[in-house]
Write a protein that binds this ligand. Structure first.
Ligand code: ZN
Length: 196
């Protein structure tokens, strides 16, 4: 599956997914595709301020968000997670990124006269990073949302999602990817057993 993934349930977790199974944020073009795909900006927003420094800045934020999210999961979601001081460097960097104002939304008239969301100007890198950092802050401080954080049950799949399903029984980052892989493996095991 080569497409970018946007099924984690939160923008900050969709950002983590860009490191798997290979680096997606390795060019301006793929970063722009991610920014549009995850809904960080309204559809059609021109990203005219983007330059070659942006992918590295997003990867840096991703590293910090990843430390916090995986730290939380590694502790089984206990509070305070990671013990006193663990990941405090990442926490400080995410909080710092969140200080900047995110892009300002506006309601403007679309072609048919109905209101559509737009930004007041092409967004700066720091404003977009701030939007992702704020999503991280909200996720990790929301007791209900963070209790739904799960790592995919797939073999060696590092993807993390928020389980909002009824009864919280979602096991996979995606039933089409890891869920399907598990169904195929189970079928193979049954077939091998039947032959022996
Ligand atoms: Zn998975």
């Amino acid at each position: 599956m080569d497409e970018l993934r946007f099924d984690a349930g939160r923008i900050c977790l969709d950002l983590l997914a860009t490191a798997h199974p290979f680096e997606r944020l390795d060019s301006v073009g793929s970063l722009c595709a991610w920014i549009h795909g995850c809904g960080l900006v309204p559809p059609g927003t021109p990203l005219t301020r983007v330059d070659t420094a942006w992918p590295g800045a997003f990867r840096e934020l991703r590293r910090n968000v990843g430390q916090l999210v995986h730290g939380w999961l590694a502790q089984g979601g206990s509070v305070p997670y990671g013990g006193a001081g663990a990941h405090d460097g990442a926490l400080a960097r995410v909080n710092e990124a969140a200080r900047t104002a995110p892009p300002t939304p506006r309601a403007v008239r679309g072609e048919d006269g109905s209101l559509v969301r737009a930004l007041d100007r092409p967004p700066e890198c720091a404003a977009l990073l701030a939007a992702v950092a704020r999503d991280t802050v909200e996720l990790l401080t929301d007791p209900v949302a963070r209790a739904g954080l799960r790592q995919c049950a797939g073999d060696n799949c590092p993807l993390v999602y928020v389980d909002m399903s009824r009864g919280r029984r979602r096991r996979w980052c995606s039933s089409e990817v890891c869920g399907n892989r598990e169904r195929v493996a189970r079928h193979r095991r049954r077939a091998a057993l039947a032959r022996s």
